[in-house]
Each structure stands twice: as structure tokens, then as C-alpha cells.
Write a protein that binds this ligand. Sequence first.
Ligand SMILES: NC(=O)C1=CN([C@@H]2O[C@H](COP(=O)(O)OP(=O)(O)OC[C@H]3O[C@@H](n4cnc5c(N)ncnc54)[C@H](OP(=O)(O)O)[C@@H]3O)[C@@H](O)[C@H]2O)[C@@H](O)CC1
Ligand SMILES: Nc1ncnc2c1ncn2[C@@H]1O[C@H](COP(=O)(O)OP(=O)(O)O)[C@@H](O)[C@H]1O
Ligand SMILES: [K+]
Length: 461
Amino acid sequence: MRAVVTAAGMRAAEQRFFDANPGVDLMGRAARAVARVAAEVNTAGQVLVVAGRGNNGGDGLFAAAILAAHRRVLVWPAFGRTHDAGQAAARAAGCQFVDALGALEALPDCGLVIDAVAGLGSRPGLPQALATFAAACDSSAIDVLSVDLPSGLDADSGAGQPSFRATRTVTFAALKPCHVAQPAAGRCGRVHVVDIGVEVAATQLRQAEEADVATWWPTPTASSDKYARGVVLFDTGSARYQGAALLGISGALHAGTGMVRYAGPVHSGLILTRYPSVVMGDGRAQAAVLGSGWGEDEGASGRVSSARLHAPVAVVDADALYSLPGRIDGWLLTPHAGELARLLGCSRSHVESRPVSCAREVARVTGATVLLKGATQYVAEPGGRVTIAVPGPHWSAQAGSGDVLAGICGALLAAGLPAWQAAVAGSSVQAMAAARNPGPYPPDELARRLPEVIAGLVAAD
Ligand SMILES: NC(=O)C1=CN([C@@H]2O[C@H](COP(=O)(O)OP(=O)(O)OC[C@H]3O[C@@H](n4cnc5c(N)ncnc54)[C@H](OP(=O)(O)O)[C@@H]3O)[C@@H](O)[C@H]2O)[C@@H](O)CC1
Ligand SMILES: Nc1ncnc2c1ncn2[C@@H]1O[C@H](COP(=O)(O)OP(=O)(O)O)[C@@H](O)[C@H]1O
Ligand SMILES: [K+]
């Protein structure tokens, strides 16, 4: 699990560090890390460092001074003035200083650009001269190494305003929200988190790693039987959306559930032709999956109440989200941004700009865990902790992926995982299946790729 810390949290951690270690040269540590990664990206070509006025510029200038020992380094102080000591070090090391025009002209001869315009202090967007330069970097496909974060992003959000687009980012002590929240995360390239000695406090926002999923994944033992592994009761689908039932069941079966019961309106012939192990009708279960493919079903509350008679907890998806039976501790809600907006009575764009607080709010009010689906998948617990799932490629943005995901989560909930782990592991494993099988696969085909991912996870643990 990786901590995700806000700019304010990072500054507070830095202050605690300086209080305990007066005089330690943190900027020197940061600059050495930048120079080390720069040398990994490109060993020979000319380097161009774009430096801002603040400490981010200072990191870049001291890195420039280190790199100048072995190669030609140009420095563009984008605002004229830069960090004084950093500038002196870069000059003393023989870096050549250029202006905006000189930077643009030198670009075709450069192997690497180091973006040290702004980091924790970055405001959204770029002034014109820098926006032009960043666009030129994009179109020439040159490697860009951003210091702390691509300048022009806001450290604390996923908003993807005009900014540098990095192939690598070197950040310090911990990830920041912009490194993990889309679309900003897509502008960071590969992110290196470097230990510079600053300890961040425990955070309420984290990102899960594959190793976490491997640790949590429920595996059968010699004493397991189908009931011990967990029974999932599906009431999904409708005459109009019959496929939703098949997709959810596929997710649960390929995630390794002990048994699936199906108590929805889709004809048994259709279900059993595809999945002959499904047991038709109600019965005792460890978790239910509700709502996928219901449409605007008038009997929604009745279907939720009926499932409660058979299963202690449920995954609530799609239209069942609007028939929640009061407080539902231990349950899992799986809305996308539009559904969460309807639950909160706000606009979709409001949810998209504040995903963490919106997901937290619904978790707090209902007592359930909320998996907010989308390019970044946030799992908010009633206590306020939010875990971001392992990310995957954007091919998964297609009708039916959510139905499969509800089924995977149902299998994990039935196996006894707490709702937050079921949600993080379920959405992560689906993303991993997509990442390991590049290309557009329909969601049911991707579900069939889950076993090989799970087998790899379990073997690695
Ligand atoms: N804290 C730590 O633990 C450590 C911190 N360290 C380093 O310090 C950095 C933080 O330094 P910081 O506080 O000086 O702010 P910083 O990121 O340089 O930004 C302010 C400057 O940027 C400018 N500017 C802002 N937005 C802009 C934009 N969109 N486009 C263009 N310009 C923009 C802004 O302009 P102004 O407001 O003055 O007009 C101001 O000049 C941190 O990211 C890390 O690299 C490491 O050395 C060691 C550990
Ligand atoms: N941009 C994206 N990148 C990666 N995955 C995405 C993206 N957008 C959506 N997804 C995935 O697609 C699914 C969409 O779910 P949902 O909208 O409920 O679809 P449906 O109800 O049609 O199955 C979710 O599982 C989510 O993880
Ligand atoms: K930067």
C-alpha cells in the first residue's frame, strides 16, 4: 500500500523533518535523485533544464550542476529569476543559460528535458511561453522528466489542465494525488517515489499495489468446500438487459466463487446454457449482487428486501442504488460518477471534480463502502479512509465492465473479505487482466482472463 499525501501534508512532513534535523540539505538529496533518474532515461544526449522561481527550480538547477559533470546541460530560467544558490551551482558547473527562444531552438538536439518549473506550489495551467514549449516537447516526443510533478498540474487533484506531459516523474517521500488520479496521472509517466529521509504521517488516502491484492486474495484450503468458499446470490438483469446477469455471473465464477445462485428474471435456459454450474432460485448465500441491468424496475425495493432475507451483505450496483434500505454496514455500493451524483443530488461534474469527498460522503451516510468506478477507482469506507485500486488501461471503459466487476466483488465479499478489500481487490484484478492482455476485449472475454491473473497473484504471495 502506498501513501498518497497532499501538498499541505508534504510541507508539514518537511517542517517536522527540519525541526528534528536542522541544516540537512534536502534539496541536495532531491537533486541527486533527479540526476540519477535522468541518467537512467538517457545517458548521452544534451539535457535542457527548465527552471522556475521556487524550490522546484532549485532541485532542477542542482540536478543540472550534477549532470553537467558528464554532458552538455542547458538551463532555461523560465521567469528570468531562479533559485539563487541553484543558479550559482549550475553556472559554476558550466551549464549554458538560454532564453525561451534559445530553449525552443535547442530542443531538437536534446535527449531529455527536465521540467523543474513548479512542484508542490504548482498552480493549474501554464503561462503562454511554457505552454508553447510543453507542446513542442509533446510533438517532438522527447523524454520529459518532471521534478515532483508535471508543472501546470495541481498537486492535490486529478484535473488535467494544460501542463507538461512527462515520460517520468521523480517525486519525494510519497505519491501526491495528481500522480494517482486521472486524467492528471496520465500526464506523469512512470513515477519514481524517492526516499529523501522525510517521513509522511499515516494518510487517509492510499493506493493499493498488486502485492496487497495477492495478500488478500482468498484461496481454498484442503478443508474448503463450496459453502466455505462463499455462495453469491445474484438478482440481476431484466427482460431488457439480460446480458447483465450473464456478465456478473461470469465475473464471480472466474474470480473463483464457491457457488452462484441466480434468483433474477432472466430465463434459466439462457443462464444454464452459458454457466451450467449456476443453481437457479433463492437460497442461503454469503453475499448478494443486486441492481446490474435492472433498468428502471418498479420492484427495486422488493428485490433488495428479498435478497436481504438470504444474504447478510450485498454488492449494490446501478438502479438498485436508489432503493437502499437505510444503513447498510458491511455492504458495497458500486456507482459510477453519474450514479453517485444522483445519490448526492449534485451534478456529475461536481463528483468528477471532487471524487474523494463525494465517495466519502455517501459511505458516511449509508455505513456502506463505496467503490466509485471510472478511470481512477476510489474505495471509500464509512470511517473516511479511501484506497485507490491498481490502475488499468482505458479499454475497460465499456458497457458491461461494471456488471463483471460487481460479480467479482460479490465473489470476494462472499468469501469473507471486508467490503473495502473486496472492492479494491476486485477492481484491481479486473484492471490487471486488462493490462496483461493488451487490446480491446469485450468484458466477458476479459472475465475469462481473470483466472490466469489470479493464479499468478496467488503463486506470487
Ligand atoms: N516540501 C518538501 O518536502 C521538499 C520540497 N522540495 C522541492 O520544493 C518544491 C516546492 O517548492 P516551492 O514551495 O518553492 O514551490 P514550487 O513548486 O517551486 O512552485 C512555486 C513557484 O512556481 C511558480 N508557479 C506556480 N505554478 C506555476 C505554473 N502553473 N506555471 C509556471 N509557474 C508556476 C510560482 O510562481 P509565482 O507564484 O511566484 O508567480 C513560484 O515561483 C517541491 O515541489 C520540490 O520540488 C525538495 O527540494 C525537497 C523536499
Ligand atoms: N477511463 C477508464 N479507464 C479504465 N477503466 C474504466 C474507465 N472508465 C470506466 N472504466 C471501467 O468500466 C466499468 C464501467 O462500469 P459501468 O459504467 O457501471 O458500466 P456498465 O454498467 O455498463 O457495466 C468500471 O468497471 C470501470 O472500472
Ligand atoms: K515540475
